[in-house]
Every structure is written in C-alpha cells, then in structure tokens.
Design a protein around this ligand. Structure first.
Ligand code: 5GP
Ligand code: ZN
Length: 136
C-alpha cells in the first residue's frame, strides 16, 4: 500500500529524510519543510492514498486523532495562540503532494497569515440549495 513515486511514501519508508515527531502503526507526523509558521507539521497515513476522499476512513480518523494531539502540543509546548488543521483535496483546493496529509499550523497573534478567502455576505438561496445537494 505504498507508491514508490510518492514523496510522502518515501518519507514513510525512510528513503527520504524528515524530522519525525510522531509515529505509530498507522500514521507518521513530521515537520513541514516550508513552514507557514513555527511548528507547522504534517500528519500522514502510512498507507498511500491520494487525498481525504480516496483514503480509508480508519486512516483518516487515525490522522485526525494525531492532529488533535499535535494541535494541543502546539498550544501548550510552543505557546501558540491557536491552531489551524486542514487538508487540501485536489489541485483546485491547493493540494500539491498527492498523499493524504493534514497540516497542523500553529497560529500566533499577529503572525500575518491570512484566510484564503474574504468573508462576504452569501446568497441565502444558494446556501440552502448547496445544503440540499450536500444532504443527498
Ligand atoms: P499541500 O500543498 O499538498 O497541501 O501540502 C504539501 C506540503 O508538503 C507543503 O506544505 C510543503 O511545504 C510540504 N513538503 C513538500 N515537500 C516536502 C518534503 O520533501 N519534506 C517535507 N517535510 N515537507 C514537504
Ligand atoms: Zn504515498
């Protein structure tokens, strides 16, 4: 369940070095090489899956549990003021490495990171229609 063309599979196998901060039977967590903020790390399943939709739900759950623990450590051990946990799925969402990963990004007051959208008033009919489509 590994893909030798996949960067994160090569990190899981140890063929490419990474600064590992957590390992268990199912998951690996390591520091992001280009951190958005101090402490930015990634959690991946050891099994290869391209993204959150393709992955085994049990692997997604295991990664989410590790992300939760790392978010807590970011607050307590790094003194972060908040944490953003996110996973991009497909290029349109900003995904660049096609092995499921959760970003755990410590946030610090005044760190200057901005939301990838500008919150504006939504169209209530379209919100309701999208909700129906997501309920099917
Ligand atoms: P994505 O854009 O797919 O959501 O995130 C991919 C992440 O992987 C980026 O934050 C990027 O900095 C990180 N990354 C890319 N190549 C490497 C690498 O070789 N080692 C590590 N540790 N992180 C990497
Ligand atoms: Zn992979």
């Amino acid at each position: 369940m590994s893909n030798d063309q996949c960067l994160f599979c090569l990190i899981v196998s140890g063929d490419i070095p990474a600064t590992v901060i957590h390992e268990d039977e199912t998951t690996l967590a390591f520091m992001d090489i280009s951190p958005a903020t101090r402490g930015h790390c990634l959690v991946v399943p050891k099994n290869h899956a391209a993204d959150i939709v393709e992955a085994d739900p049990a692997d997604v759950a295991a990664c989410a549990t590790v992300a939760q623990a790392l978010a807590d450590r970011a607050l307590v051990n790094l003194g972060a003021d908040g944490v953003a946990v996110t996973s991009f799925c497909r290029p349109a969402a900003g995904q660049t490495v096609f092995h499921l990963h959760f970003h755990v990004i410590p946030r610090y007051e005044g760190d200057g990171l901005v939301l990838p959208w500008i919150p504006t008033q939504g169209d209530s009919e379209d919100i309701a229609q999208a909700a129906k489509e997501l309920t099917r």
